[in-house]
Design a binder for this molecule. Structure first.
Ligand SMILES: *Cc1c(COP(=O)(O)O)cnc(C)c1O
Ligand SMILES: [Zn+2]
Length: 515
């Protein structure tokens, strides 16, 4: 399938560091061989199933599955300092397979051979300190991890890299013939699924189901561009999800929704990278994460626990999960007193944080299990859920952009969540918040444009502030000739046009003339 060779190249071009130059004790580990003892564990009945098959729910009881490594204890045989050095050196290694999320191969999906890894440039997104003007506006210094800089412009690429690597592996070793991969999506899952599937040629064909009118035009263009079969269905995401579930029950398909537990493993890399980017010191950090289907926050909790248990990090950060008041089942669950909580799905209402507009999160059972385990190890008050309104989400996005950072609406949701957490005293001044801007701002730019033009639909319930709006300005050039409509101007006419336009712009900007 034309995957890059996995042998360590001795004289690669543009290599920041040759394998021969690495410390002796790390050399044997730079390109890891398959290892571990992976298997699917059922969260409901406890059954264990072999990993060399595509499972989404427990064949015994229908419960949700989690992939675990029974030999994970082996990672503790080495000191945390070994893993820190190994991962840091891998960043300098010219080996595609371990450049992306599989930098953390041993902790992620150690059964996948390097030769089958699909790498399209995902992961290792920058963590950027909020410019001081932005920190001042929000009320505290903080960082943002720019997940929009992934290949399909959202963090969903992390999970797809893992899921499609595993699928690629199974296609090769099991001679599966053509696989039809399906998913339902709020936009970004389908963009990522279609892109990664398309990199495997005819072996994998992807089909995506989208709620009509509930993904942005940019998001719709992505699976179309990648050649997927795109189906628009009436209703919201939760409705499309039900159809995908029916397809996976009745037909031979590979499911790429967050029920696919390989995706969760890939998304754990977010936690590993944050650790690495803060020199493995997480004790005083607060990770702020938007929650829709709860796949992302679940993966982050799981990754943090794995690194902590292997002493790779110095402790566990606080987690602030954020939901819109219009899609808040997770918030409503955790608001109830511990021990007496009950879960119910909600009917969603339109939200500008559209990628998180989910009323019945598929990964909720995983989240409930993991957040309890997390609080056990990180201590009480280490996991919070806050809710924020639509106005604060839009303003979060716009204010970030006004002060140097581009974040998507879900990044805006994190900004609003950070403000809410500061207001409620959930974050102390000695702690450093790290926000997840889950996608690229340009995917959601239509919300910004509608806000600016005063045509954001009432259904979103956003109160607009005119001072935040911005619009292109046209100039009244009076009688001056103009190149409008492609008309070519004589040198004299061009002179009249240029001086008329320059004068009016200088006046509008209040420019002082030169002596
Ligand atoms: C999918 C998605 C979310 C929500 O993540 P979940 O794993 O569904 O909780 C948030 N933001 C963006 C941009 C997304 O694509
Ligand atoms: Zn089961």
């Amino acid at each position: 399938m034309g995957r890059p060779s996995t042998g360590l190249r001795q004289k690669p071009k543009n290599n920041p560091m040759l394998a021969v130059d690495f410390p002796e004790d790390l050399k044997p580990f730079l390109a890891p061989a398959p290892g571990g003892d992976m298997g699917y564990d059922c969260l409901a009945c406890g059954a264990r199933h072999a990993p060399d098959q595509l499972l989404y729910t427990c064949p015994a009881c229908g419960g949700l599955l989690m992939l675990t490594d029974r030999k994970i204890g082996r990672l503790r045989d080495k000191p945390g300092s070994f893993w820190r050095r190994l991962f840091d050196h891998r960043l300098m290694l010219n080996l595609q397979a371990v450049r992306g999320v599989f930098t953390f191969h041993e902790f992620l999906a150690p059964n996948v051979p390097l030769a089958d890894i699909v790498y399209l440039g995902e992961g290792h997104t920058p963590v950027v300190a909020a410019p001081p003007v932005l920190a001042k506006t929000v009320g505290a210094p903080f960082f943002v991890k720019m997940e929009g800089q992934n290949p399909s412009a959202s963090f969903k690429d992390r999970g797809m890299a893992a899921a499609l690597s595993m699928l690629n592996h199974l296609v090769r070793v099991k001679n599966m013939g053509q696989v039809i991969a399906v998913c339902a999506s709020t936009g970004d899952t389908s963009a990522a699924a279609a892109l990664y599937a398309s990199s495997l040629g005819s072996a994998v064909k992807s089909a995506v189901l989208l709620p009509q009118g509930r993904v942005t035009p940019q998001q719709l263009s992505q699976p179309l561009g990648a050649g997927a079969a795109v189906f628009e269905l009436p209703g919201v995401f939760d409705d499309s999800m039900k159809v995908v579930e029916r397809l996976s029950e009745r037909y031979q398909v590979a499911l790429l929704n967050s029920k696919n537990p390989w995706r969760v493993l890939g998304q754990e890399s977010y936690a590993y990278e944050v650790a690495q980017q803060f020199d493995y010191s997480l004790r005083d950090k607060v990770l702020v994460v938007p929650v829709g289907n709860a796949g992302n926050v679940t993966a982050i909790l799981s990754g943090l626990l794995k690194f902590h248990r292997a002493s790779v990090t110095d402790g566990l950060p606080k987690i602030v999960a954020v939901q819109s008041t219009r899609a808040n089942p997770v918030f409503l669950y955790y608001r109830q007193p511990e021990g007496r909580r009950s879960y119910s799905p909600v009917e969603v209402r339109p939200s500008v944080a559209q990628a998180a507009m989910i009323g019945d999160p598929v990964s909720f059972p995983r989240l409930a299990a993991l957040s309890a385990a997390y609080e056990q190890e990180a201590g009480p008050s280490s996991f919070f859920v806050v809710e924020v309104d639509e106005t604060s989400i839009m303003e979060g996005m716009l204010l970030a952009n006004r002060h140097g950072l581009t974040v998507c609406t879900q990044g805006g949701e994190c900004m609003a969540g950070l403000k809410a957490a500061l207001r409620e005293g959930l974050i102390t001044p000695s702690e450093t918040p790290v926000l997840d801007s889950t996608a690229h701002a340009l995917k959601f730019v239509d919300f910004q444009n509608a806000y600016f033009e005063g045509r954001l639909k009432n259904e979103y319930g956003v109160l607009t502030r005119p001072e935040l709006a911005n619009q292109p300005r046209s100039l009244d050039l009076g009688p001056a000739p103009t190149p409008a409509g492609g008309r070519s101007l004589s040198p004299e006419e061009r002179e009249l046009f240029v001086s008329a336009a320059a004068e009016r712009i200088a006046k509008a900007l209040g420019l002082a003339g030169k002596e």
